[in-house]
Design a protein around this ligand. Sequence first.
Ligand code: B16
Ligand code: MG
Length: 226
Amino acid sequence: MKDEIAAARKGYKYNMLENMKGAIFDLDGVIVDTAKFHYQAWKRLANELGFEFDASHNERLKGVSRMRSLEILLEVGGLSFSEDEKLQLADKKNAWYVEYISAIDESELLEGAKAYMEMLKDRGVKIALGSASKNSPIILNRLSITALFDAIVDGNKTSKAKPDPEVFLIAAQELGLRPEECVVYEDAEAGIEAARAAGMRTVGIGSRDILKDADIVVPGLYELMG
Ligand code: B16
Ligand code: MG
């Protein structure tokens, strides 16, 4: 592991990241691709309700809260339900989703994610999670990376969804840092917007076409390893 960190340090690419004190990572799409499990569970719910839900529809759910995701799904199916029924449907989807993610392991980590976080930690940068998911504790445990985080801020600690900056501001506060000392890693447009609103620097994970306002965009964290 020491050799891996030394090699990674040598290739430390982007100067804009040199003076950061805190790194705040989104979960789905940055550290792990849980979108495919969300998709399986939402598709199962749509089929049970009698309509098709395909991969292009699923794109609209990335980075979006659970209840907002359900509303988008019901919009696609042209269905409406009472608030109570919606809560039951969201619970049902979540039970399937939890069943899927409970079976994952470290092989689901996106390329370079763990090594990059370890490299930052080795350089004295504090690490936080800034995710919308209420299931992040299960996911981090399954990936064996819980101990890497100095702060974990997720859907269980927040009341406002991205693009509201709340999740990132709480993360900076828990790290004991000012917003301008933090860099946010995000794959969703609303996440980049939230980080900018929080006054933080941004690294977009994905494509520039979607992440137009990010300071830099890379296809994955592996790209920052040189
Ligand atoms: P849960 P992130 C987000 O994770 C997902 O991208 C989004 O599809 C999901 O609806 C949301 O978490 C809530 O997840 O149902 O597990 O609470 O990208 O913010 O890490
Ligand atoms: Mg995401």
